[in-house]
Design a protein around this ligand. Sequence first.
Ligand code: FES
Length: 316
Amino acid sequence: MRLVVTRLTQEAQDVLGVELRARDGEMLPSFTAGAHVDVRLPGGICRQYSLANSPLERDRYVLGVGLAAASRGGSAFMHQCLAVGDCIEVSAPRALFAVAAEAAEHVFIAGGIGITPILSMIHWCEAQGCPWRLLYCVRTRARAAYAWTLARHGERVRLHVDQEAGGAQPDLAAWLGNAAAGAHIYCCGPEGLMNAVSAQAAQAGWPRAAIHFERFAATGATASDDRAGSFKVVLLRSRKSISVRPDQSLLEALEDAGAAVPFSCRQGMCRSCEVPLLAGQADHRDFVLSDEERDAQTCILPCVSRARSAELVLDL
Ligand code: FES
């Protein structure tokens, strides 16, 4: 759908708030807290941005756009070229990161621009009267987007500013150790923070189903920069057999073979390219499948994932 930019706000250093509404003032498709949309930008660029506003609001979407240091055009365009009145192409919201309504407490950990989906989750918790707490980690106070909104929640919000802590890491053990029985943990932020939360939660014996992660950028190695080895792929329904070269992704090989696989991010973050896997062992390199889905070996995201076995059989 084409939505109009109705407001641009500077939420913090290098963080732009973008309000989008329907051109005719109609209601927008509903979304759940933590959902994101795909935004299509000039030059064929597609980026995922989380919705920051309350899921109860049906008349607007609010995005928080961090200016990526190594922007390949997406966030740089949003920061430098976008103007009120512009129309941009936006997908319907998709929910890969969602609140567990049954949780006894919602324990949030956000790093930098990772606050965006968590802010929407906090709106949801407030509306439902659910207990929540937030540990918000930023490099400097000037980069703490939405700090003015969060300040009214008092001690529920703990701000960890790297610069003021002398480089000391946030005390994750204490933060998670204070959680109520039956709490769920939600973390969105840089890779290092999520790895630290994952390790701390595992050490403390948290059930994996009670921990939720959202990656807002593919900062680690992906298939595009860590490709290795060729492998064969059988497309069962179209009765084709193809080879995937070391220098191409499985998705690229499928496209070369004429297979119509939808895609969006091409970074293993959105699931839009998901394909049923009928046989073979996938080398999952995405950021969205659960551990159970990886172990089941029944689907693969071909934009980044490859093969552990010599051959994969796909339902294509
Ligand atoms: S295109 Fe987004 S996960 Fe493959």
